[in-house]
Design a protein around this ligand. Structure first.
Ligand code: ZN
Ligand code: ZN
Length: 314
């Protein structure tokens, strides 16, 4: 491999590592803040707080090994940045296709910061709707469930679990996010006769990084809730329910960053206080019967699961 290619890979990896360092630091701050502000049995020491945010037994659990390995494998994907740039590129394409079909439109408003914020908001909400729709399909289409089961077989949640997704699921989820974001954004740009400014894309990247940090908190054991804001944002306490092995929680809280679509379409489940439940796939596939404890099973068991579905039907 030529030297400059190696340098490019190194630069990319160090940027990706930097992004991940920001994410993990953000998670530590959120965790410590939660402990000192809201944990009823807190002790006023940093050691106790760190022990609460990083409980050894969760990180040493047998399903955590896959999460940790996969977290480091996934670092190179550098998702928040790449994902925002792909959406921006496709958004401009959708706008130019619409312009080709229906003719150019005069600008409705003068370019300015307000239109930049509006562009960001429309693309952000459209992308999150894409996450929601893609996630429903992962649960309801049997062959997609074969893939998504790997995310749900975690029996403990640590921030590493946020990266516990099969490579095909990354592809599926990011496609829905990009296509929905581009359709929402492209139609909005066309109707307002404005072009995509650099600021909304930069905000999208920044907010993407913020919400990746938030995704780490969603996959922790810390029952963080934002009170009334839970009507808009899918707080960690709501996503933790999504990982429950209990039938009453099945297919609930499917949103990504926003909870509004769960409220709108009736898939919300708000826990009553500190509700007791187990994390994992279901009653049968816990503990010794967990199908995804080893990394190679995590990657290849979905194919076997899909094959069993196919042959049972055929
Ligand atoms: Zn799910
Ligand atoms: Zn999850």
């Amino acid at each position: 491999m030529p030297l400059h290619a190696l340098q490019a890979v190194y630069a990319h990896m160090s940027d990706a590592l930097m992004t991940d360092a920001i994410l993990v630091t953000g998670f530590v701050l959120i965790g410590l803040g939660f402990y000192f502000l809201f944990e009823p049995e807190r002790r006023p020491s940093l050691r106790a707080a760190l022990g609460h945010v990083f409980p050894r037994d969760l990180f040493l659990h047998r399903t955590s090994r896959v999460d940790i390995l996969h977290f480091f494998l996934a670092i190179g994907l550098w998702i928040p940045v790449v994902s925002a740039l792909i959406t921006a590129f496709l958004t401009m394409n959708v706008q130019s296709v619409l312009t080709g079909w229906f003719g150019a439109r005069a600008p409705l408003v003068e370019a300015g910061w307000a239109i930049g914020i509006a562009q960001f908001a429309v693309i952000f909400v459209s992308r999150d709707f894409g996450t929601y729709v893609g996630h429903i399909l992962l649960h309801k289409v049997p062959y997609l469930w074969s893939i998504h089961r790997t995310h749900h077989s975690a029996e403990v949640l640590t921030f590493f679990t946020s990266a516990r997704a099969h490579p095909l699921e990354y592809l599926h989820a990011q496609s829905f996010i990009a296509v929905f974001g581009a359709l929402g954004g492209g139609v909005f740009l066309y109707l307002t006769g404005t072009s995509l400014a650099a600021a909304p894309v930069a905000i999208l990247i920044a907010v993407g990084i913020f919400f990746e940090t938030f995704g780490l908190a969603q996959h922790s054991h810390l029952p963080i809730s934002f009170g009334k804001l839970d009507y808009v944002i899918l707080a960690p306490v709501l996503h933790q329910i999504h990982h429950s092995a209990e039938p009453r929680h099945r297919d609930k809280n499917l949103g990504g960053q926003l909870s509004v679509f769960d409220w709108l379409f009736g898939t919300i489940y708000v826990p009553q206080g500190r509700e007791a439940y187990r994390w994992g796939l279901n009653d049968r596939e816990l503990g010794e019967n967990n199908p995804h404890v080893r990394l190679r099973d995590f990657y290849f068991e979905p194919a076997a699961h899909a094959w069993r579905l196919l042959t049972r039907r055929g």
